[in-house]
Design a binder for this molecule. Structure first.
Ligand SMILES: *Cc1c(COP(=O)(O)O)cnc(C)c1O
Length: 372
C-alpha cells in the first residue's frame, strides 16, 4: 500500500516508551525466564521491524509473530535470534520456516504428518506443541495425541526439533480467575505427560505476566504491554510497573471554514450546523483506520475538545472548532495537547471495541514516525 507522506496525518511512536515497557517487564521476570516480544500485526500497528529491534535492545531474547510472512520479514531485515510463529503455518511452507530458523506451532498430528512430507531433513524444523486448555482456538486437547506428536518428532530428528510447549489463556485479564486456574491445571497435566520438559515452556501473555504467577513457564509472550497499553482495558487498573503508551496520532487542518446556520456536513447530511460555526477538515478517514463510527467523538485542537461532526469519510472527517484556525493547525487524535489527553483506550471506548483493534487497524497509509 502507498504511504501518504505528503499529508500531515501520522502515527508517532516514542522509542523510549517501548524501551521502558520492555525493560520494566524484563526486570520483574523470575530468574531463568525470558521475554519474547509479540510483534505480530505490524507490531500492533507500531511498525514490525522498528519495534522488533527496539524490544531486542531492551531485553527481549526472542520475538513472536502471527504468520510466517511476518517472521520472514524480520529475517529479511537482518534480525537474528529465536522467532516463533503463533498461528498454524501451511504444511507446504514448513521448509521455508526451517531454512530461516523460524519456530512454528503444531496443534494436530495430521499437520505433523503433512509437514514431515514437506521437509527435506537438511535442517530440522523447530516446533512448539500448542495445547488447548480452554481457549478453544488451536492446540491439542488430548494427552495421548500430544504424546504421539512428541514421539513422532523424536523419531524424525533430522526433520523436527521439539523446542517448546505452550498454551494461551482466555481470561488472564479478568478479575475472576476460575477459568484461568483450570487452564493452568490442564496445562501442567500436558507438560507432565511429556517424557521431558522442552526448552521453552510458556503460557503468559501480557495480562498473565502482570497479574498472575502461572504454571512455572520459562518464557513470557509479551504483547500489548510493549506498546504501553493495559490488556484489561479499564478492568484492572493496577499494574506492577507503569505502562507508557507509545503511540500518538496527529494530523492537521487542511481547511477551516466559517459556515452559516443550516449548513450540512458529510455523507447523508447527518449534521446540520445549528448556528454560525467554524468547521475544520482533517485528512484521515476509515481507510486510514479511523473508524466510521468515530462520528461524535472528540479530537484536540489547541487544547480544545472538538467534536467530529457528520460521518467519517474514507479519507477525511470534519470537526467543529470554537473559532477560526489556520490551515496546518495541529489536530491530536490520540495523545496529549495542553492539559487534556485522548488515549487509545478512550477511542476504543467510544468505538465499542478494545484498544488492540484501534491500533492494529491503523492502515499502512498512515506513516509511522519514530521519535526518542
Ligand atoms: C497475541 C498473542 C499474545 C500476546 O498477547 P497480549 O495480550 O498482547 O500480551 C500471546 N500469545 C499468543 C498465543 C497470542 O496470540
Amino acid at each position: 500500500m502507498v504511504v501518504a507522506l505528503h499529508r500531515p496525518t501520522k502515527a508517532i511512536v516514542r522509542r523510549s516508551a517501548i524501551k521502558h515497557n520492555v525493560a520494566a517487564a524484563c526486570a520483574q521476570l523470575k530468574a531463568g525466564t525470558e521475554l519474547f516480544a509479540v510483534v505480530k500485526a505490524n507490531a500492533y500497528g507500531h511498525g514490525l521491524v522498528e519495534v522488533a529491534k527496539l524490544t531486542r535492545a531492551a531485553g527481549a531474547t526472542g520475538l513472536c509473530v502471527a504468520v510466517l510472512d511476518e517472521a520472514l520479514e524480520l529475517r529479511r531485515a537482518g534480525i537474528t535470534g529465536p522467532i516463533l510463529v503463533l498461528g498454524i503455518v501451511d504444511p507446504e511452507a514448513v521448509q521455508l520456516a526451517a531454512d530461516n530458523d523460524i519456530a512454528v506451532p503444531v496443534a494436530e498430528n495430521s499437520w505433523l504428518h503433512a509437514a514431515s512430507q514437506n521437509l527435506t531433513g537438511t535442517k530440522p524444523l523447530r516446533v512448539h506443541l500448542a495445547t488447548d486448555t480452554g481457549m478453544g482456538r488451536i492446540g491439542f486437547t488430548d494427552t495421548a495425541e500430544l504424546q504421539q506428536a512428541a514421539a513422532f518428532m523424536q523419531d524424525e530428528p533430522a526433520k523436527f526439533t521439539l523446542a517448546g510447549i505452550f498454551t494461551h489463556f482466555a481470561t488472564a485479564d479478568e478479575v475472576d480467575d476460575t477459568q484461568f486456574k483450570a487452564q493452568c491445571a490442564r496445562f501442567n497435566e500436558f507438560v507432565a505427560a511429556l517424557p521431558q520438559r522442552p526448552r521453552y515452556v510458556h503460557v503468559a501473555n501480557t495480562a498473565t505476566s502482570l497479574w498472575h504467577d502461572a504454571c512455572h513457564g520459562n518464557m513470557v509472550r509479551f504483547g500489548v504491554g510493549i506498546y504501553g497499553l493495559n490488556p484489561s482495558g479499564r478492568t484492572i487498573a493496577h499494574t506492577p510497573y507503569a505502562l507508557e503508551p507509545a503511540m500518538r496520532i496527529e494530523s492537521a487542518l487542511v481547511m477551516c471554514k466559517h459556515v452559516p446556520a443550516g449548513t450540512t456536513v458529510s455523507y447523508g447530511a447527518t449534521y446540520v450546523s445549528a448556528e454560525d460555526e467554524f468547521i475544520g477538515t482533517v485528512p484521515m478517514g476509515y481507510a486510514d483506520g479511523w473508524l466510521r463510527r468515530m462520528q461524535g467523538a472528540t479530537v484536540l485542537v489547541d487544547g480544545h475538545r472538538c467534536p467530529i461532526v457528520g460521518r467519517v469519510c474514507m479519507d477525511q472527517f470534519m470537526i467543529r472548532l470554537p473559532h477560526a484556525y489556520p490551515r496546518g493547525t495541529k489536530v491530536t487524535l490520540v495523545g496529549r495537547d495542553g492539559d487534556d489527553e485522548i488515549t487509545l483506550q478512550d477511542v476504543a471506548d467510544f468505538a465499542g471495541t478494545i484498544h488492540y483493534e484501534i491500533a492494529c487497524c491503523l492502515s499502512e497509509r498512515v506513516p509511522r514516525v519514530y521519535v526518542d
